[in-house]
Design a protein around this ligand. Structure first.
Ligand code: PEP
Ligand code: MG
Length: 908
């Protein structure tokens, strides 16, 4: 027999310790809906409600509003009846009204990226009923005022007209405050609230041409559709693209009975975390406000209080609040309402134990009764992510494999970046202090608007408070500073999710958007001035502060050790200098997968000799120029081999088209002509001769070594001599010489012969030898197709997936920037194939090349050195294709090591 779970429904109910769904149904119910169902099943008090599935959203995007509403109308009406019967009130009723919230909820949490409407179901009659039912007229009208404001914004599009403008409803409120000579919302009289409601409705009519909807059912459908639409809003699309979430996931809609934190001093609302989302420390923490609704805590317009006494004491120290003042004016929930605190504490423990991960919860206290509105795995910084995974492992609640799978590889990046130099910090001029909302060190120039975050190279986005519209700018800025808002404000939550340094709630800052100034203690700072933020202490510092490399010990090291334990695929690095090689080795690189030798030729003292070589008219002239380059190359290789002592180093022969090396400015051309004692015209003529219509497919790669064998000879000599020189010093070098851009076996053979002959010559001269390999890049589709032939001679393959992608798609690497973003926007491609390997197409060439190569040489060593070698989904593909190693830039080595382990764990 089919159970309810077997039949997919459009609407899933929950409440009163029962639920149609559960936590495993995140794809269908969204994260929030699935967790509400689960909490209800766990016996945790959640207000009754229901979830309209993500599949309905997808359907809505296909067929539009009318058909979708008809499809779910009966289910929604029945679900509302269920909520009415659990909550003992009636939707739209004038005496005993049920009010509801309508919220988005995708399968992954996207905080603030989509829309929410609260207090839905109010109109001019219902508000009177609500006032009588609660005996609280002020509360009823305040709820109505908030409802029109939110519904107007979300459903009816009542937004500020420009970035310097304020919200149209805020403007009305500000005007009334001015008239009444009051400062706070709480100072409005009941009559003021009534006036606001009518003024708000007038504003709606003026701007939209329609009356504000009075029928609760019309309101409900309007809100449901607006939530569906918000899935394709700018913010959500940006967030999705940033995280690579596909557009076809859709969002669920959660409709739930309202409970109120603003019904007086026995009510309140808050947000809490089972562990510290910034550091990972195992302390329950969070913030609440008495007599407030959820958005008041997150919006950062009032200073929230701490939930635990410990948190409150820590906060007071940072905010420089005396104990007496703290206890009287900002007591913790633990001190103020111990019974509710104990209940909340019990639920937070229960939920963390149940989900085996740090939870981020929202709650409301209505008239002394606690309701949990939401729980989800909390967003956290990279540092917290690593610490929590290791702590959970040590507590025994998860195993090693699970601990590794808990780490988002790309977030490790946050741990690898510089921190403030403690010595420089001692001398720093701290101008103010805010809350340490998201750790890190940031130095940059002040900007006041999110869409100006790229005005300078390094910026600090400085705002009174941030909103979801600011997401893109927050991502670009080096750090975020806000004057308002607590540890759970929008800025703080989003910054921690991004791993971006953030100081919030720095009350001493006076920000003027119109003048673009920041005043602290009488001192005025302007847009473009430098400041620094210490996200770990909340300090705001004038000017720049020097940084140092971070420590890579503790939990980070443990994650790396575990990664090594669970991955057989190796991780190498792409490095062109001893410095990069050393960095990568510190991060655990197991060799070099690609040294691009051309980068060495661009340095000032070398480019001249290189140009002379290119411009030489005869073989003799070219050889003379190469003679000058030889000692420099040899020295470079010695440095790199030494840094990688004992580990393999793949050195690639010269690859780019020669015209990249010649001067294109007249002044430089003149200089070169003088140095070479030839005429300017001769230089110009040579440059014209080198020009190509399609340089990426032109005279480059092994084609250079074939037309100018002396280049291959010189480079081979430099490599072999460097290795022999180190051998004399007792340092083992393991060179692997790699020929680029091979398309046929014959091309490879021609280069291999030069390499082997040159090496032999050097061995004879030095009367000594070393071991070395000769292999090739596989980056032309023909090479992948004929890999069985190429493997007759090549001792290793390395997939150059940058060129392979270019040639498989026919997208020029240099020109794709013009159309790829549009392709992604239009959904023609899901992701940029130069970032994540196109497994469907280019991936076939990698699989086929590997298989065919190994059909000739079963033990052929195969790796990848295109940019994809540092990208988690591509690394998983490489593991599944049995590659021996991936190679990536030094700072991506830890990410690749973890991804390799995750791939292996997932495959097993
Ligand atoms: C490649 O093509 O993937 C590669 C690593 O070489 P380059 O990017 O230098 O062309
Ligand atoms: Mg290439």
């Amino acid at each position: 027999m089919e159970t309810i779970q077997d039949v997919k429904m459009n609407v899933y109910k929950f409440g009163n310790k029962t639920a149609d769904g559960n936590t495993k149904m995140k794809n269908l119910l969204g994260g929030k809906g699935a967790n509400l169902a689960e909490m209800s099943l766990l016996g945790i008090p959640v207000p009754a409600g229901f979830t309209i599935t993500t599949e309905v959203c997808t359907k809505y995007n296909e067929v539009g509003q009318e058909e979708t509403v008809e499809m779910i109308r009966a289910d929604v009406e029945e679900a509302i009846k269920n909520v009415e019967s659990i909550m003992g009130s009636t939707f739209g009723d004038q005496e005993n009204p049920l009010l509801i919230s309508v919220r988005s909820g995708a399968r992954v949490s996207m905080p603030g990226m989509m829309d929410t409407v609260l207090n839905l179901g109010l109109n001019d009659e219902v508000v009177i009923g609500l006032a009588e039912k609660t005996g609280n007229e002020r509360f009823a009208w305040d709820s109505y005022r908030r409802f029109i404001q939110m519904y107007g914004d979300v459903v009816l599009g009542m937004k500020p007209e420009s970035k310097e403008d304020i919200d149209p409803f805020e403007e009305i409120m500000e005007a009334l405050k001015h008239k009444r000579d009051i400062e706070l919302d709480t100072e409005f009289s009941i009559q003021d609230l009534k006036d606001l409601v009518y003024d708000f409705k007038d504003a709606v009519k003026k701007r939209t041409g329609h009356d504000f909807p009075t029928n609760p059912w019309d309101q409900l459908w309007g809100a449901v559709v607006a939530v569906f639409d918000s899935w394709n809003g700018d913010r959500a699309v940006y967030y999705r693209n940033m995280h690579g979430y596909p557009a076809n996931w859709g969002t669920a809609v959660n409709v739930q009975a309202m409970v109120y934190g603003n019904m007086g001093d026995n009510s309140g609302t808050g947000v809490c975390f089972t562990r510290d989302a910034g550091t990972g420390e195992d302390v329950f923490n969070g913030e609440y406000l008495i007599n407030a609704q959820g958005e008041d805590v997150v919006a950062g317009t009032r200073t929230p209080q701490q939930i635990t006494k410990l948190g409150s004491l820590r906060w007071a120290e940072l905010a420089k609040v005396e104990e007496e003042d703290r206890f009287k004016n900002y007591p913790s929930l633990e001190e103020l309402m111990p019974a509710i605190y104990n209940e909340l504490n019990e639920y937070q423990q229960k939920l963390e134990d149940h989900y085996k991960d740090m939870q981020d919860m929202e709650f409301t206290m209505q008239d002394g009764k606690l309701w949990i509105l939401q729980t989800r795995n909390g967003k956290r910084t990279g540092a917290a992510m690593v610490k929590i995974a290791i702590d959970k492992l040590k507590e025994g609640s998860i195993d090693e494999k699970e601990a590794l799978l808990r780490i988002e590889p790309n977030k490790l990046d946050e741990l690898l970046h510089p921190v403030f130099n403690p010595k420089a910090l001692k001398k720093a001029n701290v101008i103010a202090q805010g809350l340490p909302a998201s750790p890190g060190a940031a130095t940059g120039q002040i900007v006041f608007f999110a869409d100006e975050a790229n005005k300078y190279k390094n910026t600090i986005l400085t705002r009174i408070e941030t909103s979801p519209e600011d997401l893109e700018g927050m991502n670009i800025a080096k750090g975020i500073l806000t004057a308002r808002g607590g540890m759970t404000s929008h800025a703080a939550v989003v910054a921690r999710g991004m791993g971006k340094c953030c100081v919030s709630g720095a009350g001493a800052l006076k920000i003027n958007y119109k003048k673009r100034t920041l005043v602290v203690d009488g001192h005025e700072y302007h847009e473009g001035d430098w400041i620094s933020l210490n996200g770990s202490t909340g300090n705001i510092i004038e000017g720049k502060v020097a940084t140092i490399e971070p420590e890579l010990s503790g939990e980070f090291a443990e994650i790396m050790e575990l990664s090594a334990k669970y991955s057989k695929m190796k991780v190498r690095t792409n490095a062109d200098s001893p410095k990069d090689a050393k960095v990568a080795r510190r991060f655990g690189a197991q060799g070099i997968g690609l040294t691009r030798t051309e980068h060495m030729f661009f340095e000032v003292d070398r480019i001249k000799a290189m140009r002379e070589m290119i411009l030489a008219e005869t073989v003799k002239g070219r050889k003379e120029a190469l003679e000058q380059l030889l000692p420099m190359q040899r020295e470079d290789f010695e440095g790199i081999f030494e840094a990688m002592e004992g580990l393999p180093v793949t050195v690639r022969l010269l690859d780019p088209p020669l015209h990249e090396f010649v001067p294109h400015q007249l002044a430089h051309q003149k200089e070169l002509a003088e140095e070479m004692h030839i005429s300017l015209d001769a230089v110009k003529a040579k440059i014209v001769e080198l020009e190509e219509f399609n340089p990426m497919l032109g005279h480059r790669g092994c084609r250079l070594g074939i037309t100018y064998p002396e280049i291959t000879e010189m480079q081979t000599r430099a490599i072999i001599e460097a290795a022999l020189n180190l051998k004399e010093k007792g340092i083992e070098a393991k060179p692997e010489i790699m020929v680029p851009l091979i398309g046929t076996l014959a091309e490879f053979v021609s280069q291999e012969e030069i390499i082997r002959t040159t090496a032999k010559k050097v061995f004879e001269e030095r009367n000594d030898t070393i071991e070395f390999l000769v292999g090739t890049m596989i980056e032309i589709p023909r090479a992948a197709l004929t890999a069985n032939l190429i493997a007759q001679r090549a001792e290793f393959f390395s997939f150059g997936t940058n060129d392979l992608t270019q040639m498989a798609f026919g997208y020029s690497r240099d020109d794709a920037g013009k159309f790829l973003p549009i392709y992604i926007e239009k959904g023609i491609l899901k992701v940029d194939p130069f970032e994540a390997l196109d497994q469907e197409g280019v991936g076939q060439l990698v699989e086929l090349g590997t298989e065919r190569g190994r059909s000739t040489k079963p033990n052929l060593k195969v790796g990848i050195c295109g940019e994809h070698g540092g990208e988690p989904s591509s690394i998983e593909f490489c593991y599944n294709t049995n590659l021996d190693y991936v190679s990536c830039s030094p700072f991506r080595v830890p990410i690749a090591r973890l991804s390799a382990a995750q791939a292996q764990i997932k495959a097993s």
